[in-house]
Design a protein around this ligand. Structure first.
Ligand SMILES: [Zn+2]
Ligand SMILES: [Zn+2]
Ligand SMILES: [Zn+2]
Ligand SMILES: [Zn+2]
Ligand SMILES: [Zn+2]
Ligand SMILES: [Zn+2]
Length: 439
């Protein structure tokens, strides 16, 4: 009742803004016509077929179906409008043949990571990491970045009814299944809502590549554990996991690209830290002033391989309970600028272009009119007119807006709700006035 017209207009603008924030993209077009692209892929669990669909189809065609987002998959073509899915595509209505080139990996069977566990948002507590290469998802604990947390407690079974699952009895009587060594860990993890930070966190790196993929890319495999290519290892099965290969910006920033520095440094993991602590500055300076050779084939500038890490790749199918290095790699910021591109390093990178250049991931077009107020929408329309007509248009728009406000004012003052018929009535009056003026 006390709402003024200004309040009314402002609240309308606010609604428009909120709607735009919630859904800034246009989801009116299936991506099928684009062919295979890297895009967010959704798996519909309600439809019986195991097929991936695009984000527009996930919203428009499978609205009330149960779905999981698999995030970006490269070279993927939407299967919603194809014979792969019986459910009718509402966006691309012509039935297309099945996309033979789509890769349907284990994620489409709801299996993830090297452990093959299903993903359950209700019980999963740890973050998962996507491999840049195979685009599968990995648990932090399966990358040895933390111990696997207990899943969120399920509903207690009848015979444990009196014992809340969080509680570990002092004398172990309540939890006969928890042994003396793990009992404390279980108790502290279950009692805190969050988890302790992982050994490597999202701030520490840019891209992750899993061990299986690393093994298929020789140039990448060679640098694992050197500066900017972090991996985790342990001295023996009883020792804690530690990280090796910190960000080069925290160490000698030039060591990895300078052949002078490399020849000065023995390829020995133990000496490395000493070298960077004592002679970072001189080595870096000298590398800059003494220019590299300019004739013939380029020398290889890759850092010397980390022997402790390289050992791990000699076992193709490791036992994950006894390994001493995971062989996964966490590549730090700007890793694409640091590759040696000599004749022997470049080919295996070129076979995996995403290692050399960040790929485009398709996103639905931004709704060009999202986030605009009614007046801005009017201005947007006017910008598309020729100049003289635009000026007329601005005058006409301003007067129309003033008239509309004047027309709406009584509604606002009386606290009346403006209906569609009222707005229609306004424009009918406007058209009539214009017709009268022209005749
Ligand atoms: Zn689609
Ligand atoms: Zn569906
Ligand atoms: Zn569809
Ligand atoms: Zn796992
Ligand atoms: Zn992988
Ligand atoms: Zn090289």
């Amino acid at each position: 009742m006390s709402e003024t017209l200004a309040d009314y207009v402002e609240s309308q603008d606010e609604l428009v803004r909120e709607a735009a924030l919630a859904l800034p993209h246009q989801f009116s077009q299936c991506t099928y016509a684009l062919g295979p692209v890297r895009q967010a892929v959704y798996l519909c669990l309600t439809c019986p077929e195991v097929r991936g669909i695009c984000s527009a189809c996930s919203i428009a065609c499978h609205t009330d179906h149960n779905q999981i987002e698999l995030f970006p998959k490269r070279d993927f073509r939407c299967d919603c409008p194809t014979e792969g899915i019986a459910h009718v595509c509402t966006l691309h209505t012509q039935k297309e043949p099945i996309n033979a080139s789509n890769e349907y990996g284990q994620n489409f069977q709801s299996k993830f990571c090297r452990c093959g566990r299903p993903y359950d948002a209700k019980t999963e507590r740890e973050a998962m990491i996507q491999c840049l290469s195979c685009e599968d998802w990995f648990h932090e604990s399966c990358c040895m970045l933390r111990t696997r947390p207990e899943p969120r407690p399920p509903t207690p079974e009848p015979d444990h009814h009196d014992t809340p699952p969080e509680t570990v009895g002092e004398g172990g009587s309540a939890n006969e299944e928890s042994d003396a060594t793990t009992g404390d860990d279980a108790a502290s993890e279950a009692s805190s809502s969050g988890l302790p930070p992982a050994l490597i966190t999202a701030e520490d790196y840019d891209c992750f590549v899993c061990r299986d993929c690393v093994m298929k890319i020789p140039t990448l495999r060679r640098i694992v554990g050197t500066p900017g290519a972090i991996t985790v290892l342990r001295a023996d099965v009883d020792s804690p996991w530690t990280r090796v290969g910190n960000d080069p910006s925290q160490e000698d920033a030039d060591a990895h690209i300078s052949i002078d520095t490399i020849s000065d440094q023995p390829a020995n993991a133990g000496d490395k830290r000493v070298a960077s602590e004592t002679s970072v500055e001189p080595a870096a300076k000298r590398a800059r002033t003494e220019s590299p050779s300019s004739s013939g084939s380029k020398p290889c500038l890759a850092p010397p391989p980390e022997p402790l890490v390289q050992d791990t790749y000699s076992t193709p199918d490791p036992d994950w309970t006894t390994i001493s290095c995971t062989g996964d790699v966490f590549l730090t910021e700007n890793f694409r600028d640091r590759w040696c591109r000599c004749d022997s390093c470049l080919p295996s990178l070129e076979a995996h272009p995403y290692l050399l250049e960040e790929e485009e991931t398709y996103e639905p077009p931004e709704d060009p009119d999202s986030g605009l107020t009614l007046e801005e929408l009017g201005m947007r329309a006017l910008e598309r007119l020729p100049r003289d007509r635009a000026i007329d248009g601005i005058l006409a728009f301003n007067s129309m807006r003033d008239n509309l406000r004047a027309y709406l004012r009584p509604f606002a003052e009386d606290g009346k709700i403006v209906g569609e018929a009222d707005v229609q009535n306004f424009f009918e009056q406007l058209n009539k006035a214009r017709a009268d003026a022209l005749s």
